[in-house]
Design a protein around this ligand. Structure first.
Ligand code: ATP
Ligand code: MG
Length: 418
């Protein structure tokens, strides 16, 4: 019979990798705690309408990447392709804004997008991110960006670059949309079908093009900063000077507009030179219009989402599993078995990591296993040792060996350094 395989674009995270995920997750939670962000968890699926309204019909995500279906009760549902809309939905539904003027939230979660799988691009993948509701002021923009950088620096990512822009207020975007259309009208016939569609529906997204001849044309296009209002400019200038004050360097990126419709003002992206073509590890920005779009009271917000698979790729491999046992108990013969398990249990309850053989292998094979597992000490116990009331404790790094009375074993092992 043929065996059943996983779905293309999904990945099993096996024990040789799961310890790396745990380390990344622990670093994220630790940093979030220091910045005062609290975790929010939302369901794996939502009403399709949430994403249609909250993310926007013309975005890649909604127009072609969602896993959607109609369930047996006739409801249109979608596996979450992003977290900002679900978090905003929960924020509104639970009146979080009514309970506290600001809410600083974070998540670590799995997402689903039907994309063409390749290195760093999967159909089920993971993001961590934050959403901070309630303040329109530049200090929260600067804090959110600093937080993202703190996580990446904390896990040792190198070659990071932060790109920063402002797409202004809705009025500015409207003006810019017109300016961009005016500029591109004479070039329309030279544009790809995708860009022509975007020209109609959402001209700002044309700036996302990867086609070299379009990039060339766009070089002379107007910049969104030409359309900033004075308030937009002041806001952006202050974000920049707060980042300067914190010693966070950034590059201005006039073409960085992001694909999602609800963004306003600050927008940013963080890339890593440790990655290949898929070099974006984090995207974020301000979305002052989102909560109202989803039926809540007008509330400013800012957040980012970072791709965890890409962060782990950029972090490179380390060889430690993080789960090496402290002690490996080598048990020989049938009579020692209860003693081995009882000793393992008592050491484990005292906080030590203990392994023992469950295949009834030879002494030699068990010692090989102890070394392979990376144990620091082996306790060797056979019928003879049991009879004489003693066991051998071997330091596997130095090879030193000593006899210890069975009654003293627990306290002896607990007194060693690991
Ligand atoms: P891209 O331009 O690479 O498609 P995006 O604009 O769709 O990115 P966002 O929706 O902003 O990305 O998601 C934030 C981060 O999530 C990205 O910077 C990336 O690290 C990660 N990410 C996005 N899509 C995928 C995917 N299919 N597989 C793995 N990681 C992803
Ligand atoms: Mg994408």
């Amino acid at each position: 019979m043929t065996s059943i395989r996983s779905i293309k674009g999904t990945q099993d995270i096996l024990p040789d990798q799961s310890h790396r995920w745990q380390a990344l997750e622990a670093a994220i939670r630790n940093t979030m705690g220091r910045y005062g962000y609290e975790e929010i968890r939302t369901p794996a699926f939502e009403r399709t309408e949430l994403f249609a309204r909250g993310v926007g019909e013309e975005t890649d995500i909604v127009s072609k990447e969602m896993y959607s279906w109609t369930d047996q009760g006739g409801e249109d549902l979608t596996l979450k392709p992003e977290l900002t809309a679900p978090v905003a939905r929960a924020y509104i539904q639970h009146n979080m804004g009514g309970q506290s003027p600001t809410n600083k939230l974070y998540y670590i979660d799995a997402l689903f997008r039907r994309e063409r799988p390749q290195k760093g691009r999967y159909r089920q993948f993971h993001q961590f991110g934050v959403e901070a509701f309630g303040s329109e002021h530049p200090e929260i923009d600067a804090e959110v960006i600093a937080l993202a950088m703190a996580v990446f620096n904390g896990v040792g990512l190198s070659g990071l670059s932060l790109k920063l822009n402002s797409i202004g207020s809705p009025q500015c975007r409207g003006d810019y949309r017109d300016a961009l259309r005016d500029f591109l009208t004479p070039h329309l016939n030279n544009l790809s079908e995708t860009s022509q569609n975007r020209f109609e529906k959402n001209p700002l997204r044309m700036l996302d093009t990867k086609a070299p001849h379009e990039i060339e044309i766009l070089k002379d296009a107007p910049n969104i900063s030409d359309c900033w209002t004075q308030d937009d400019k002041d806001h952006f200038d202050e974000v920049c000077s707060l980042l300067d004050a914190m010693g966070i360097s950034y590059d201005l990126a006039p073409n960085l507009v992001r694909g999602l419709d609800y963004y306003t003002r600050t927008t940013f992206e963080i890339t890593s030179t440790a990655l290949g073509a898929q070099d974006a590890i984090c995207g974020g920005g301000r979305y002052d219009g989102l909560v109202e779009t989803l039926g809540g009271k007008s509330t400013p917000g800012i957040g980012f989402a970072a791709g965890m698979e890409r962060i782990l790729l950029a972090m490179g491999d380390d060889t430690s599993t993080g789960h090496e046992p402290h002690i490996y108990i080598v048990g020989l013969g049938d009579t020692v078995r209860p003693t081995v398990l009882q000793l393992a249990e008592s050491l484990r309850q005292n906080g030590l990591a203990v392994a023992f053989d469950v295949l009834r292998r030879s002494m030699k094979a068990q010692m090989r296993e102890a070394n392979k597992a990376g144990a620091k000490y082996a306790i060797i116990m056979g019928d003879q040792e049991l009879e004489s009331g003693q066991a051998e404790v071997k330091d596997l790094s130095t090879g030193d060996q000593q006899k210890v009375a069975l009654d003293d074993l627990s306290s002896h092992m607990n007194s060693l350094s690991f």
